[in-house]
Design a protein around this ligand. Structure first.
Ligand code: COA
Length: 384
């Protein structure tokens, strides 16, 4: 029996395990992937490079990068039964539910886990990363009443995803913006979905089964589901002139404003900074900027009000600006959380591969607050 190490609601501040994949430095507003600041990766790296880096722990050489690229290309198709499952989901199904089911269905052929087969597990992770993108794009097309678009092997992961969604190849600028958005979402130490995936994988359940659980955790509005809710909020506000009043009313009624707040960051989320700067560049080239203008007023009002209430530890997080950027790329808000998963799947898998090198099942203690001793009268003797 292990010693009682205390109680922390929501596990706040609890150190649950070790990792060398990423670190959120909450007070500094800094995020590093294996020591490299996220801003530097956003500026210089590609999704494929960061995938290799996160999964393997080292930056790829040219041949290493080529091998990762090839594995991502080769993994893009879906088995027939997964295509059928996606196609059978009604148009009203939420894409995150469909993705969770599709991921679980990808695990049908998953064998017994070999924790020490790092290479085999990395290969499975690369295939799953490719398939998650195809599954998200397929359901997005089906939901919109369109035929799925087959992957194009001449395109990078980001380009190909946009191509499978829109049926048209993106221009270089748009593809790069999306590539960077994916990089920003790939990992974030022990966030809820990664932790959920780790808990499942710690039982030695398979990689894909663990990821399907992580997809479920990501879907919630307090986690990845917030990006879709930010756009719902912008649409509900409808007009930049009404945004300030909407925020004041929300705060008065103790409603949470989606896309703000974080368990760890006590200052601006560095990913939000990068997204905002990409968004501003994109906005400058577009004519329909109403969503951006609404969110800008929401943002400024929140900062002003939270500072006046001494709640200046609440800042915009990654989900605040991403949707506005995606909307300018003609992506629909219901697809924003699945797009988060298209990136985060790499983080989930990297954590599982890392953890399996030295695995111990997660099994915390509970603070029991029920009765110590209770009676069990027969059914007839219980009062109704
Ligand atoms: C991210 C989040 C779940 C963190 O939760 P947490 O660490 O448990 O923090 P709490 O929910 O306890 O919030 C602490 C305080 O800040 C306030 N707060 C936190 N986020 C807020 C928000 N988005 N809008 C308004 N107030 C907020 C809470 O009301 C609470 O105030 P109180 O102390 O007066 O009760 C929370 O900030 C949230 O729900 N944000 C909105 C959803 C979101 O954007 N999620 C994406 C995260 S990347």
């Amino acid at each position: 029996m292990s010693a009682d190490v205390g109680f922390s609601k929501g596990l706040a501040g609890v150190v649950a395990d070790e990792t060398s994949i990423s670190q959120v430095q909450g007070d500094a507003g800094r995020l590093i992937y294996r020591g490299v600041p996220i801003e530097e990766l956003a500026e210089n790296a590609t999704f494929e490079e960061v995938t290799h880096f996160l999964l393997r722990g080292e930056l790829p050489s040219e041949s290493g990068l080529e091998a990762t690229r090839k594995a991502l290309l080769d993994g893009r198709s879906l088995p027939q039964h997964v295509e059928s499952l996606i196609d059978s989901a009604g148009k009203s199904a939420h894409p995150m539910k469909v993705l969770q089911a599709a991921t679980a269905a990808l695990s049908f052929s998953e064998g017994v886990v070999d924790l020490k087969d790092k290479e085999g597990n990395i290969n499975a992770a690369l295939k799953l990363t490719a398939q998650v993108a195809t599954a998200v794009a397929r359901f997005s097309r089906r939901r919109r009443g369109l035929e799925p678009v087959a992957p194009d092997p001449s395109l990078s992961h980001a380009e190909n995803f946009l191509y499978m969604i829109h049926g048209e190849k993106p221009n270089k600028e748009e593809a790069r913006t999306f590539d960077v958005a994916l990089i920003l979402h790939m990992d974030h130490d022990f966030n809820a979905s990664t932790f959920a995936g780790r808990v499942i994988a710690s039982t030695e359940a398979g990689l894909i089964s663990s990821v399907s659980g992580a997809v479920g955790a990501l879907s919630g509005p307090l986690h990845g589901g917030a990006n879709e809710r930010v756009l719902q909020m912008a649409d509900e506000i409808g007009d930049p002139a009404k945004a300030k009043e909407w925020v004041l009313d929300a705060l008065k009624n103790k409603k949470k404003v989606m896309g703000f707040g974080h368990r760890v960051y006590r200052t601006m989320d560095p990913r939000a900074k990068v997204l905002r700067s990409m968004l501003e560049k994109t906005v400058a080239q577009k004519s329909d900027t109403a969503t951006y203008e609404i969110l800008l007023t929401v943002h400024d009002t929140m900062i002003e009000q939270l500072s006046a209430k001494q709640k200046d530890y609440i800042w915009p997080n990654v989900d605040f600006w991403s949707g506005s950027l995606y909307r300018l790329m003609n992506l629909e808000s219901i697809d924003y959380t699945p797009i988060f998963a298209v990136a985060r799947v790499v983080g989930w898998c990297s954590h599982i591969v890392e953890m399996w090198q030295d695995n111990r099942i997660y099994r915390p203690a509970a603070k029991y607050v029920g009765p110590e001793s209770a009676q069990f009268p027969g059914l007839q003797k219980r009062s109704s």
